[in-house]
Design a binder for this molecule. Structure first.
Ligand code: NAD
Length: 275
């Protein structure tokens, strides 16, 4: 049975929470701070931020204000595209540590595979890992060909690949490749940025359990083995999204949601991003 503190063991032995709060587009500092505090009070033990989100400072402040110990909360951050390259990544990481006001980051990711640069960026992330400034290495938005390129030079495979993943984009081939290579998958835009919430099939499945579409989708992610980081700044939704540990989808429910895939992206394709 999953709980809000259930973890997935990464290939280096680090336990990563399977459920957390995503904080993209929490641009207003007070709103971000309040949402993160609310999540920590609700029992969330993981926060997914990035230098690009410009709210690492609020993550650190909320963590301290919550009274939680640093090691009780798993923090992911990411190096932005304009900071990629070896030295640049090391410098960007320093800024992230300062903003978070902490002495380590649990998981640090290459945000997007910037052509020509992402292998060097990952090499810097490996150095941060060797220096014990991060607990786990990872990447985001890496397709199979990006991962294969990294494998050719990396000393240690990334532990996580964070990708766009929801019922309308189920990424079967990439997920399968990650599983074969012991790379955990985190689902970004797990609710399709809110755009999968009108789905009638999912609504009918959720109704059987007295659960909303959002809750049913988040539960589908968990039971599919994904790490899931839904975003909301609304206190009632922050609670709602965490209220998914008291029911279980059947194999038929899971198959029905799997069948909704239409390879539809709401974000950029990593190979066509305007780098
Ligand atoms: P999401 O799929 O989590 O959807 C968020 C939106 O859904 C919210 O803005 C809200 O409008 C709505 N919502 C949330 N809970 C709801 C509920 N219970 N009922 C009704 N509506 C609800 O979208 P996201 O923010 O794009 O993705 C989640 C996180 O993934 C981000 O915050 C960020 O941490 C991460 N992310 C990473 C990348 C990347 O490139 N690595 C890209 C995008 C997002």
């Amino acid at each position: 049975m999953y709980t809000i503190t259930s973890t997935k063991t990464l290939h280096n032995g680090i336990e990563m929470p399977r459920f957390g709060l995503g904080v993209y587009k929490m641009d207003d500092p007070k709103e971000a701070f309040n949402a993160i505090i609310k999540a920590l009070e609700t029992g969330y033990i993981a926060i997914d931020t990035a230098a690009f989100y410009k709210n690492e400072q609020q993550v650190g402040e909320a963590l301290r204000a919550s009274g939680k110990r640093r090691e009780e909360v798993f923090i992911t951050s990411k190096v932005w595209n304009t900071d990629q390259g070896y030295d640049e990544t090391l410098r960007a990481f320093e800024k992230t540590l300062t903003a978070l006001n902490t002495d380590y980051v649990d998981l640090y990711l290459t945000h997007w595979p910037v052509p020509e640069k992402f292998p060097e960026t990952y090499r810097a992330i490996e150095r941060l890992y060797d220096e014990k400034l991060i607990q786990a290495t990872g990447v985001s938005n890496h397709e199979i060909h990006h991962l294969e390129k990294l494998f050719a030079t990396a000393n240690i495979k990334p532990m996580v690949n964070q990708i766009e993943l929801h019922p309308y984009l189920s990424q079967v081939e990439l997920r399968h490749f990650c599983e074969e290579n012991d790379i955990a998958v985190t689902a970004w835009s797990p609710l399709g940025r809110g755009r999968v919430l009108q789905d009638e099939t999912i609504a009918a499945i959720g109704e059987k359990y007295g659960k909303s579409v959002a809750q049913t989708i988040i539960r589908w992610h968990l039971q599919s083995g994904h790490i899931v980081i839904p975003k909301s700044v609304t206190p009632s939704r922050i609670e709602e999204n965490a209220n998914i540990f008291d029911f279980e989808l059947t194999a038929e429910d899971m198959t029905a949601i799997d069948a909704l895939n239409r390879n539809e992206r709401f974000g950029s394709h990593p190979d066509h991003f305007a780098y």
